[in-house]
Design a protein around this ligand. Structure first.
Ligand code: SIN
Length: 488
């Protein structure tokens, strides 16, 4: 590796899972390569765990549970805070590692590490506030005590698009609540998970509280963990199709489940919107991570009165984006994660153009067989096109003109998904009407980025169940217990 070789990368042992606080060789001694999506070259080998390793991880997480949940919230808080501090001290090298395995520009990777760490900081504070209540009984001589208890061993199945933040957004509330966790990171991006584990150990988080099982056979390994009676909860971020499958599997043991799934976010520009602000928001919302986030705008609904001006300004901004290796300073657009991702983008563009959409810029791979795809704008998109109906998960902005607020709401809600929505307007009453009527878990008015640790992140309809981050996120890892005290 070059001078950009990150320190944490040097420290990570090859071909080892992180189980019970130790770097463990998988039982069958299998391994797989991690590829840099910018060069398509392998640069590190990691453990390819099997069912035996999954069982070891469950044993480890179950073994650590009693002591971890017995700690006070304050004790857990101190350890989480130490982990947060170490992540921020290593922000640069974690970000480099993230860019190497995921491809996003280094500036975005640095942002993701800080965003990911913010969940640990937030939940280190919430750990101290897991309170109960004393209720008035309908009978005399009684007290009714309501307490919150950790769910137990949790499984976190995390995606490749945010290899740090999607882990911390699940693990931090779980640990704060007194649960222990097994993480199964995406096979494309296992290194950030291992680096986080390394730092958790350095922070003093006891062995077994956090375990990382890397594998190329996620279905089989997750099934083993979901079927085990000790695993009381699964939290998943990824596709709606996989989410449904995991939910069916969870029903066998009535395992608790949180799902953060696909979206089809509308971005609505009303006639009175500040168009420069709307274009800035559009760029942030659409082209972050090359369009590979589940809250990325999928459809721009633009009032006919401002459609032409918005479209011209957006195309000008998109033409300034720079594709390249995420480690190069000028890069704003990294590669897509793999060939399948590029194929889907191409399919949506061809479908739209065949049905009458206009290609306003981009539209092609950087070069043949490349996973770099030109940032693209399509005009005159209509409701029947695939790009309006399915999540593209790539750098394509699709512009749909509309005539009235009602029509915009109708198009926006005509989808099985309901994760994020964006509205640009200067009219507060219109903003509130839109927010009320949009069928989505999250609405941003006059902003293209709505993710932070303080707000409840999550969707409705087929975009998921449960909320992450915020003061609500910890509830996903807590059970309510009612204790009746009689004879008083
Ligand atoms: C995601 O794409 O799943 C998460 C995006 C975010 O947290 O902003």
């Amino acid at each position: 590796m070059s001078h950009t070789h990150p320190t944490l990368y040097d420290q990570l042992p090859q071909n080892r899972a992180f189980i019970n606080g130790q770097w463990v060789e998988p039982c069958k001694k299998r391994a797989f390569s991690v590829y840099n999506p910018a060069t398509a070259e392998p640069f590190m080998s990691v453990a390819d765990c099997g069912a035996e390793d999954a069982l070891l991880a469950i044993e480890s997480a179950s073994g650590a549970l009693r002591e971890w949940r017995a700690k006070t919230g304050k004790e857990r808080s101190i350890l989480l805070r130490q982990w947060f501090n170490l992540i921020m001290e290593n922000q640069q090298s974690l970000a480099q590692l993230l860019t190497l395995e995921q491809g996003k520009p280094l500036a975005e990777a640095l942002g993701e590490v800080a965003y990911g760490a913010s969940f640990i900081e937030w939940f280190s504070e919430e750990a101290k506030r897991v309170d109960g209540e004393l209720l008035a009984s309908p009978k005399s001589g009684q007290k009714i005590m309501v307490s919150r208890q950790p769910v137990g061993v949790c499984l976190a199945v995390t995606p490749w698009n945010f290899p740090v933040a999607m882990i911390t957004r699940k693990v931090a509330p779980a640990l704060a609540a007194g649960c222990t966790v097994i993480v199964k990171p995406a096979e494309e991006t296992p290194l950030s998970a291992l680096a986080l584990a390394q730092l958790s150990k350095q922070a003093g988080i006891p062995g077994g509280v956090l375990n990382i099982v890397t594998t190329t056979r996620p279905n089989a390994i997750v099934a083993v963990m979901q079927k085990h009676p000790a695993v009381r909860k699964i939290s998943f971020t990824g596709s709606t199709e996989t989410g449904k499958h995991l939910m069916r599997q969870a029903s066998e043991n009535l395992q608790r489940i949180s799902l953060e799934l696909g979206g089809n976010a509308p971005f609505i520009v009303l006639a009175d919107a500040d168009l420069d602000a709307a274009v800035a928001g559009a760029m942030a919302s659409k082209f972050r991570n090359s369009g590979q986030t589940c809250v990325c705008t999928n459809r721009f609904l633009v009032h006919k009165a401002v459609y032409q001006e918005f479209s011209t300004k957006l195309v000008a901004a998109v033409k300034k984006l720079k594709m390249g290796d995420g480690l190069a300073a000028e890069t704003t657009q990294g590669p897509l994660i793999n060939e399948a991702a590029v194929n889907k983008v191409e399919e949506h563009i061809v479908d739209a153009i065949t049905q009458g959409a206009k290609l306003l810029c981009g539209g092609q791979r950087r070069d043949e067989a490349s996973t770099f795809f030109q940032p693209t704008v399509l005009g005159q998109v209509s409701r029947n096109m695939l790009i309006n109906q399915e999540e593209t998960f790539g750098p394509v902005a699709a512009l749909i003109p509309f005539n009235s607020e009602d029509e915009a709401i109708d198009i926006a809600n005509d989808t099985p998904y309901g994760l994020a929505a964006y509205v640009y307007t200067k009219d507060l009453a219109a903003a509130m009407r839109m927010s009320d009527q949009l069928e989505s878990g999250m609405v941003a008015i006059n902003d293209g980025i709505l993710s932070n640790e303080v707000s409840p992140f999550g969707g409705i309809k087929q975009s998921g169940l449960g909320r992450e981050g915020s003061k609500y996120g910890i509830e996903e890892y807590l059970d309510l217990k009612y204790t009746l005290i009689s004879g008083l």
